[in-house]
Design a protein around this ligand. Sequence first.
Ligand code: HEC
Length: 87
Amino acid sequence: MLKILLSIIFLVPHISFADTSIGESLFNRNCATCHKRTAPNIIGTKLKPATFLMIVKNGRAGTMMGSFKSKFSDDEILNIYNFLSTN
Ligand code: HEC
């Protein structure tokens, strides 16, 4: 029991909102192909989190920027945002 409690205490900070390593690997695997070449550089983005979330969920009609609504949860998109906005 104590072991379980301890692992919860130690694990929770690692999956918290502020973790950028999850966002970094999601970005590198899913976005970097375009966003390090043809698409705008979004590393260091100044977009607000809500705006970013909307764009990534819905994409931009008529551009190469697709919708990721069915691929990622809001939390995953915000993890990507956290990585981008702090780098
Ligand atoms: C197939 C190429 C492609 C992929 C993959 C892609 N994007 Fe995009 N993205 C674009 C293009 C092109 C635009 C510019 C659209 C426009 O002209 O408004 C864009 C625009 C954006 C914008 C708006 C930038 C701004 O300042 O207006 C955000 C935010 C964004 N993408 C995030 C992401 C994220 C996060 C991922 C990965 C989950 C991703 N994109 C994957 C091509 C891509």
